[in-house]
Design a protein around this ligand. Structure first.
Ligand SMILES: [Zn+2]
Length: 415
């Protein structure tokens, strides 16, 4: 099973927007962009919402059937590890193997020695096709990379082979993710990580490194855009080079996690994938839940009322809701509007505070991030929340589709 060149991860926390998401992908197809839609959900999301991967599979299959979609679609076991992969095996055909927790832990001496020995031939000037300057690799750098990353790649191998044993080789798409860590991986680190993944016999099709800068949930990229762009370009060149050298799948591509709403880097990603004819996978999961809230607020009446109650509860449960996401949000707590103030807002006020429109002076980056991590509140409302989504389905679906198409697919693949 090979993933297409361009793909987009559209997780859906509450499982009701599959069709609206697929509508955006269909629209991309009408504009000549062939995009694989990947419904992803992590163990963390399943736990908070109280769902299982089977429900993601059912949602995907039924959206595809109802909209007569005949092109590729996948269901992603997002950020799995050995301890939770079991419950994802049956219903997934894309596995994001997350080994970030093993970064910085040392592999056994024998494995380290073997790796360093094998790749010591790269000590000296490493010339990557397309890069102006060769990278200097000395013994110290090689062993530092091995000590930092080898164990993570070995662990990825264990998980991959466990999945392959159950599902069969080639029956699924494999991603390896290292994004949930503090330090970004440099292009030369990526080069040796790919070597190690090839040694572990993982047919990796997408790799999610940690890039420089902050990829906070649901908001724009924070960091040096030029630096990101240079790093991204070098990563593309490294992948190109490594694929042939280490015999990795020809379609291996970068995966950008927390990729939703990173508007300031989209033009760079777009330009660079065009320049090199490279593929890309962008995960945009959490943004759909915010569009549900926008739709409810826009509907007014009971919808707006529910959206306000969710904000109030999220505000009151700030610490609890933010703590699992501490490393991927930056909220100025003092700047958050008081729930009593929000209580008096019109539909228009709520929508303009929440919608990610950087040209709108009322857009509130703090409120948006708090609501982003506040989906637990809606999950606890159970049927009340789900029924509101069903009641206001049309308006919610329009927001979900438009957000994906206009603010994500368009700048990434069409402009
Ligand atoms: Zn991730």
């Amino acid at each position: 099973m090979e993933i297409q060149k361009y793909s987009i991860g559209t997780g859906d926390r509450f499982g009701l927007q599959g069709k609206a998401q697929l509508e955006a992908i269909k629209k991309a197809a009408q504009h000549g962009v062939d995009l694989t839609i990947v419904w992803n959900k992590s163990h963390r999301e399943h736990t908070i919402v109280g769902t299982g991967q089977q429900e993601v599979r059912e949602e995907a299959d039924s959206a595809v059937k109802e909209l007569n979609w005949s092109r590729q679609y996948l269901v992603d076991a997002d950020h799995i590890g050995m301890d939770n992969v079991e419950s994802f095996l049956k219903s997934s055909d894309f596995f994001t193997i997350d080994v970030a927790d093993f970064i910085g832990k040392r592999a056994d001496d024998q494995s380290l020695e073997r790796f360093i020995d094998h790749y010591s031939s790269y000590i000296g000037e490493l010339s990557i096709q397309g890069m102006e300057q060769p990278t200097i690799v000395d013994a110290e750098l090689l062993s530092a990379i091995a000590e930092k990353y080898l164990l993570a790649t070995i662990e990825a191998g264990k998980i991959y082979h466990h999945i392959a044993q159950q599902k069969g080789d080639g029956a699924f798409v494999t991603e390896v993710s290292m994004d949930e860590t503090i330090e970004p991986q440099t292009p030369v680190e990526l080069f040796f990580i790919l070597a190690a993944l090839a040694d572990a016999k993982i047919p990796v099709q997408t790799i999610a490194p940690k890039f420089s800068g902050r990829f906070n949930k649901g908001v724009d990229y924070i960091g040096n855009v030029e630096q990101f762009s240079q790093e991204f370009e070098e990563d593309l060149l490294v992948i190109n080079h490594a694929v042939n050298l280490f015999n990795l799948p020809q379609n291996l591509k970068l995966s950008v996690h927390s990729g939703s709403d990173k508007f300031s880097i989209y033009p760079h990603i777009n330009r660079l994938i065009q320049k090199y004819g490279a593929g890309i996978h962008i995960k945009t999961a959490g943004t759909t839940w915010l569009e549900e809230l926008i739709g409810l607020a826009e509907a007014g009446g009971d919808g707006l009322d529910l959206a306000k109650r969710i904000y109030q509860a999220a505000y009151e449960r700030y610490d609890e809701l933010c703590s699992p996401y501490q490393s991927v949000i930056d909220i100025d707590r003092q700047a958050l509007p008081e729930p009593s103030e929000v209580q008096g807002w019109t539909s228009q006020q709520y929508v303009s505070a929440l919608r990610h429109d950087l040209s709108c002076p009322d857009y509130d980056v703090n409120l948006r991030q708090l609501l982003h991590v506040g989906y637990k509140v809606a999950a606890e409302m159970g049927d009340e929340y789900l029924n509101a989504l069903k009641k206001h389905e049309r308006i919610v679906a329009r927001n979900v589709s438009e957000n994906l198409f206009k603010r994500h697919i368009n700048p990434l693949f069409l402009s």
